[in-house]
Design a protein around this ligand. Structure first.
Ligand SMILES: [Zn+2]
Length: 74
């Protein structure tokens, strides 16, 4: 299981929710912004920071769904 922490301009928020937001931020929305996406693997502790444009997922994936689709690279 992977959790994703979305950090933008000093604000920190866990991208976890049981209800989809009405207008979810999508991965493509973060490209070109000062945002890093933090991946942390709960199974092995591996973590990595990626720029949104370097996350190998479709740009229309909502941020809160990245964790479901991410795969540990360790
Ligand atoms: Zn792992």
């Amino acid at each position: 299981m992977l959790w994703v922490l979305h950090m933008a301009r000093g604000s920190v928020g866990l991208a976890m929710s049981t209800q989809p937001p009405p207008n979810p931020v999508r991965l493509g929305d973060l490209v070109g912004t000062e945002t890093w996406v933090w991946f942390y693997c709960l199974d092995c502790g591996h973590d990595v920071f990626r720029r949104p444009e370097d996350v190998p997922l479709a740009p229309d994936v909502p941020i809160y769904r990245i964790a479901e689709r991410a795969v540990c690279s360790a």
